[in-house]
Design a protein. Sequence first.
Length: 194
Amino acid sequence: MFAPFVHFRSFARRLPCAVAGAVIATSAVFGTPLALIGPGPAAAVAPLGVRGPETAIVILGYGLLPDGSMRPELVDRLTAGYVQAVLAPLSPIVVTGGNPHNGITEADAMTAWLVERGIAAERIHREPQADSTIQNAQFSAMILREIGAKDAVIVTSADHIDRAVANFLGAGVLVVSAVTPEQVPPFVPTPMHW
């Protein structure tokens, strides 16, 4: 009964090295090969754009301001997710975060931001209930199964990536890459990208 947990704990001790390796190997925003993160031996490497609709882009929320507007940290995460979405136009996008302020959830604010920048609303799957990283992972895993995604690129902040990847792996999500705003070059969307 506890064997999977023990296995996961042993992997979790190696997780920072795995994430560091993925960050170095990723450069997914430039379309270079992605390292597969997960327990077990090294796995196949494939460019994100080639992976297509079976690889979802999951953007984790960040607490809103009391008036329901987004903090700069969340905008940075969204910008990184937006770049991923432009580079992988067939990948579905999951925005995850509850914690409503002024009647607006993190998922609602993120959806509006992406749609305002030309991402098709039908491509975005909202998860507006999570109020922790563990719930982000658990609830997003259910959505990923529903839409037929087999793996995911996790987009969050650098100081949050280890915990987020560990939580998603624990929820049964195969994480093929982890992207942080720090990895994304300055990017100003233009109508050409819409």
